[in-house]
Design a binder for this molecule. Structure first.
Ligand code: ZN
Length: 447
């Protein structure tokens, strides 16, 4: 076991922050793994370090005699961030200008993704991508690969070596897609099932059934995806919905009888728990209620939505209907891997009050959306995204003195919300001093 003494942030079951200005985090092998008694989540991966205790240093210091304590004065320990929607093959597409979503896909994304049939190329991009996630303090991600099965094997094989908790899927797109990325209906479903069996539940890894979006998938492919989703209920589903008005008009042409874009996914059995839909911007209350009723969750992608000019996620309406959500970078439509940049953009999106009701999201609520709230969205509450006892020990050590302005501003923070907001507004990768992975063998000095 090993312990860390610093300011400590975690969340209670209602999403409220729990903060110890002088806290202690004790991590070690899971009690189940070592044979000792203690609670152990059914979905916690075996062989990983977990949080054994978390709280005020003064309360805990005598309970763990002999445990080495690393003292980190002036630092904040917080849960590793969770990115609910990102495209690893688009790492090199970030910052590509275009006239909105559909031209951006056609001119940049599809040509680039066609290169991922080459496993060596996929591996090279995956290595860089995983390094970026870790450097920015992201310890769990739900990511699109490309339509090539090799792109999934490359990414998940490398993630396994690092001990990252990663969920990924082969993109399904058998129509309205150019040569090089378009797949073949029957083979795409066989490939998906083979990948589920190869990767899902291997250590910390998971698989996500990944229809790109309704316009890119034939009815037969959507039907097959829905059948797989029913056959493998703990496998995730990831897709896009209601991002852009041109996209929505296209869906209406393709499915004139559907009540809405979201209803197309419902028709094919693709709305359920563990189904994560990026964007969910141009929804009505019936769509939001359908998300709530089915347990599907929105991956709010604010830097992407601002970059592509897609629109503004309506937080007040989501809350009113009980629709769940969490935060995502959506790189390469998104402009940053940094959770700080994403949280700040989410604040801008919340404030926007011309197309919907504007509000000020509390800094701790922004943070929750990228940690414990995102874990809840994935059905992984109590596993990742938090630092309560039993959680897998993915955490970041943040330095509020990382830059002159951040140091000056954070020193004047009078409470937790002000401290978190100074990091959200002024922080970036320079504030991430260390990233600890529960499953990391060799990267984590606590191993
Ligand atoms: Zn996306």
């Amino acid at each position: 076991m090993r312990a860390y003494r610093a300011a400590l942030l975690r969340f209670d079951d209602e999403g409220r922050p729990v903060y110890d200005p002088d806290g202690l985090l004790v991590v070690g092998p899971s009690p189940g793994a070592s044979g000792a008694p203690g609670p152990r989540s059914a979905t916690t991966a075996s062989g990983v370090r977990v949080v054994r205790a978390a709280g005020a240093w003064s309360d805990l210091k005598d309970r763990f005699p002999g445990v080495v304590v690393e003292h980190l004065p002036g630092r904040l320990i917080a849960p590793g961030f969770i990115d609910l929607h990102v495209h690893y093959p688009q790492t090199d597409v970030i910052g590509s200008p275009a006239e909105g979503l559909l031209p951006w896909l056609e001119n940049y994304t599809f040509p680039h993704e066609s290169r991922f049939s080459d496993a060596a190329y996929a591996g090279q991009v995956a290595t860089f991508f995983l390094g970026e996630l870790q450097r920015h303090g992201v310890t769990t991600a739900l990511t699109f690969a490309t339509s090539h099965p090799a792109s999934v094997d490359a990414l998940l094989g490398l993630a396994q070596g690092r001990g990252l908790r990663l969920i990924a899927g082969k993109v399904l797109q058998d129509r309205h897609s150019p040569d090089g990325v378009r797949d073949e209906t029957e083979q795409s479903l066989l490939d998906t099932e083979a990948l589920i069996q190869r990767w899902h539940g291997q250590g910390r890894l998971g698989y996500a059934i990944t229809p790109r979006f309704a316009p890119s998938c034939s009815d037969a492919q959507m039907q097959g995806a829905g059948e797989l989703a029913a056959r493998y209920p703990d496998v995730w589903i990831q897709s896009h919905v209601a991002e852009n008005r041109d996209e929505i008009a296209w869906v209406r042409e393709l499915y004139p009888d559907a009540r809405s874009y979201l209803a197309v996914y419902e028709k094919f059995g693709l709305l359920r728990e563990r189904a994560i839909y990026a964007h969910c911007i141009h929804f009505d209350d019936a769509d939001r209620a359908l998300m709530q009723a089915t347990g599907a969750v929105a991956a709010v992608s604010p830097t992407s939505n601002l970059f592509l000019g897609s629109g503004f996620f309506d937080y007040a309406a989501a809350d009113r209907q009980g629709m769940r959500y969490g935060l995502a970078s959506d790189v390469g439509g998104g402009t940053s891997f940094s959770p700080f940049h994403t949280m700040l953009a989410a604040y801008y999106v919340g404030r926007e009050g011309h197309t919907k009701a504007g509000l000020s999201l509390a800094p701790s609520h922004l943070w929750w959306q990228h940690t414990a709230g995102a874990a809840q969205a994935l059905g992984l509450s109590g596993v990742v995204g938090n630092l309560q006892p039993g959680c897998e020990a993915d955490f970041v050590v943040l330095n509020p003195q990382a830059t002159p302005l951040l140091a000056r501003r954070s020193a004047q923070a009078g409470n937790l919300e002000e401290l978190l907001f100074s990091l959200i507004v002024l922080g970036d990768d320079r504030a991430v001093q260390a990233v600890h992975l529960a499953g990391g063998a060799g990267l984590d000095p606590a191993a």
